[in-house]
Design a protein around this ligand. Sequence first.
Ligand code: ATR
Length: 278
Amino acid sequence: MDSRTNLYGLIGHPIQHSLSPEFQNKLIELFNINAAYLAFNVEKDQFENIKNTIKTLNIKGLNVTVPYKETIIPYLDKIDESANRIGAVNTIEYIDGQLIGYNTDAFGFIRMLKELNVNIDNHKAVVLGAGGAAKAIIYALEKLGIDDIMLCNRTIEKADRLLEKFNFKNKKISSLQDFQIEDDMLIINTTSLGLDENESPVVISKSVKNTILIDIIYNPFETKLIKDAKINGIYAVNGLPMLIYQGIESFKIWHKQIENPFIYYDNLYDNLLRKLVD
Ligand code: ATR
């Protein structure tokens, strides 16, 4: 690092468990860029200063995480179409004196599905949870051209409000308790139930055909939901690939000169996997 090192980072609260600094700095190193990526734990009562702070310190790019993905929007000069539809920003670029907001979460989810090579044709999507994380997933499912969606949430009104903004041929809302697993489902857990290894948003206790389960939680590496699915022979994966793909896409926004940062995906995955399962 020297006097020309460009600063990038993550803002959130809390952020000490984030894996982003680890893999963003790895990418910086692999491409030999004069930059550094730090995690900034921003207290809620300091957040109103965020715009001036970024501009004053000439921070070139930031990732935004819980609880600021929505509250950051009024501080930005522009946001792109996906961030606007999702209603949340996870990436900021500071360029030509302007703060531009993007959302790479939906991209991360779509890329993960593509790379997993799973067939989602004719699948009914089931999203568990209707919080911030669910919005990006639902936007991605809309983009993928899914016809049928069921949104299961503890608070029904929240699910109703969220789904209103999106276009699907068939929309259903349900409580988590009423969920029944069936053939040909694409189930995505976006609730926080699973962060505790004994908790799960829904019960999976039977075998079904062609159903795919994705839990966006990656720590614990295998949630109870994933374990229950696997016991019943259901294909189930966690959200680590989504995390890495959204992060590489942010990196691509900041470092446009790098043509294909995705070549290092396996390298980043292996590093984080070792960290998470050790
Ligand atoms: P995020 O931005 O990470 O999605 P969030 O906006 O707080 O976080 O959303 C968390 C999701 O987990 C919500 O769907 C929440 O359900 P409610 O909308 O009913 O609040 C769900 N969730 C969290 N704790 C839960 C619990 N104990 N039981 C059922 N659902 C829970």
